[in-house]
Design a protein around this ligand. Structure first.
Ligand code: S3P
Length: 196
């Protein structure tokens, strides 16, 4: 019986070597996805982490876990400023765990200290999407407390998102294309050559 696995040339071997080089040069830093709700931070982040072979962490999910409540419940019972304080604490803690891909909630980087910490401990990537795309996508999931305020929040937040190390446009295209663009941009940022 022939061993097909051993004979098959590893087509993705160069890709794996590049991903390893990228992760190595990341060191303990995290790739931090920022941007408005509906930009696709969680789904893109999950795929990006899988491609790089590092953990994916969703700050919103960690906040819910720490509080034992959903974000909608935290907003309803304690209000937004209570949520924001918890969000800042959780993100500060998570940033200690790189290398990883960390998806942050849409309002997280409006906190100056969170921004400073991300700058020190990570590489920030703004997943930028047009207003109509964001509105379309958030309509599909009706559990976000501030979803009906996107139009009003976007102009306040965009100048802050724009301070990110990397900006990648999130379009209605397969997430893998966006992941490839992020990898190429992070590679350039770190001085690691990738062909993604
Ligand atoms: C928020 C975005 C949400 C969540 C909370 C507040 C915001 O995260 O943190 O509902 O202020 O934009 P996503 O961006 O992951 O939806």
């Amino acid at each position: 019986m022939t061993n097909t696995i051993a004979q098959k040339p590893a087509k993705d071997a160069p890709d794996r070597a590049l991903m390893r080089a990228l992760v190595q040069s990341l060191g303990r830093r995290s790739i931090v996805l920022v941007g408005m709700m509906g930009a696709g931070k969680s789904s893109v982040g999950r795929r990006l982490a899988a491609r790089l072979g590092i953990p994916f962490v969703d700050a919103d999910a960690e906040i819910e876990r720490a509080a034992g409540m959903t974000i909608a419940e935290i907003f309803a019972e304690h209000g937004e400023s209570y949520f924001r304080a918890g969000e800042a604490r959780v993100i500060a803690r998570l940033l200690e765990n790189g290398p990883q891909v960390l998806a942050t909630g849409g309002g997280a980087v409006m906190n100056q200290r969170t921004r400073d910490l991300i700058h020190i401990k990570g590489i920030s990537v703004w997943l930028k999407a047009d207003l109509d795309v964001l509105i379309q996508r958030t309509k599909r999931r009706g559990d976000r407390p501030l979803a009906d305020k996107i139009k009003e929040l976007l102009p306040q937040r965009e100048p802050v998102y724009a301070q990110s190390d990397i900006v990648v446009q999130s379009r209605e295209e397969p997430h893998d294309a966006v992941v490839g663009e992020i990898i190429a941009a992070v590679g350039r940022h770190l001085g690691v050559e990738t062909r993604s």
